[in-house]
Design a protein around this ligand. Sequence first.
Ligand SMILES: NC(=O)c1ccc[n+]([C@@H]2O[C@H](COP(=O)([O-])OP(=O)(O)OC[C@H]3O[C@@H](n4cnc5c(N)ncnc54)[C@H](O)[C@@H]3O)[C@@H](O)[C@H]2O)c1
Length: 448
Amino acid sequence: METKNTSRRDFVKNTTLLAGGLIAAPAISKAANYFSGEADTIKIALIGCGGRGTGAAMQALLSKQNVKLVAMADAFRDRLDKAYNALTADDISEWVGKKGNVKASVDVPEDRKFVGFDAYLKAIPLADVVILTTPPGFRPIHFEEAIKRNKHVFMEKPVATDPAGVLKVLASAEQAKQKKLNVVVGLQRHYQNSYRELFSRKNLIGDITSAQAWWNNDGVWVNPRKEGQTEMEYQMRNWYYFVWLCGDHICEQHIHNLDVINWFKGGYPVKAQGMGGRQVRKGKDHGEIFDHHYVEYQYADGSILNSQCRHIPGTMSKVDELLIGTKGKIYCGASNIKDLSGKTLYQYQYDRSKEPDPYQVEHDELFAAIAKGEYKFADAENGAKSTMTAILGRLATYTGKVVEWDKALNSGLDLHPKEYDWNATPPVVPGADGYYPIATPGVTKLGF
Ligand SMILES: NC(=O)c1ccc[n+]([C@@H]2O[C@H](COP(=O)([O-])OP(=O)(O)OC[C@H]3O[C@@H](n4cnc5c(N)ncnc54)[C@H](O)[C@@H]3O)[C@@H](O)[C@H]2O)c1
């Protein structure tokens, strides 16, 4: 009979041995009987200590298991300090919506705070679970390292910014499956009750023949250039505006909506064509990304997804998804299903006081599974393919061409620098006038 104290440690140890090919795969479901999680500590490391990383670490620490933050890594010391201060504050209600704190669960002395491009290499080995919340350009190498070191993972979307990165994540996802490492991706609609209920009733609308997806709003922050910054530091601070780091806003934010359509369709588009550009967000500090994209995706069965995303203040705001089937429609934002005559077939009932926060549910379910020794979550493959969906759309709007999934995914397109160093030259640099080259449909080539 195993004791509570050895139980989860053994799961982690067994996973490690399994990863090294030393033991046969344990029957996880049987082992689940032995894992309590209450008396044992699950150690986490936070890689990317920005807004989302701080929130995600709090949510991990607020799960019911005995979770401890033991290491932090960031490219910049000031970002790490800000996150550390938030995590050890007396009151974190502005982060999690209720009074309280998690400071007793933060055990990160100076020698477990790591800074720089290689900080992740030092933090990952110290934990059982890693939280990957840097800009998405780094996700493929961070995820690869985490899986190589046999860690369970929570990682934010998107999981890459180019096809080479998507392939790297897919390869690591396969490894994670073989090693039975749980991976949750922050596409939190999968962890939101209303979406789960709609999904379970999707047959009510028959076959899905078309869909629409929107992420239209004002846009996000800008970090203007500061004197003394190298080009690499400037781009890292203002990362949203550089494709190698961010993937453009179709990737960074609209992925949520594209992913919902993929989820309900049960597949991924085979090709895309579209249009886009920048009309408002076009200053020197707006780097190289567009401020609007409109993409027509086609799935293997011929069904169409019309997707639009726009970051332009003063225009219609809408973040939503609509699925149209042979018998009815699913309105995700309104959380209801109607037949073709408009009669409501299902309405999800919100109880604001009890509605679980999907950002918290992601961590509650992940850490509960890990504590019990269960292998339940393999989100990385879908995360990579929904990321690829967004990249496909971007390639279509940048070039004005029809872009095929298979060709794009296997194109070898890799936007990343050869070297990560503050003095290295990033993959894109401004011209003499301080402006960056911008994609022009009809002129910009696919490059494969
Ligand atoms: N699921 C959601 O709803 C949701 C919400 C917000 C953010 N996100 C995602 O979380 C990620 C981070 O977004 P954010 O808003 O926290 O950005 P942020 O700029 O606040 O944080 C990113 C942090 O990563 C650090 N960083 C950059 N490169 C690094 C590297 N190589 N190694 C270590 N640290 C590095 C930055 O210095 C910064 O502190 C993005 O992928 C974003 O899409 C998801």
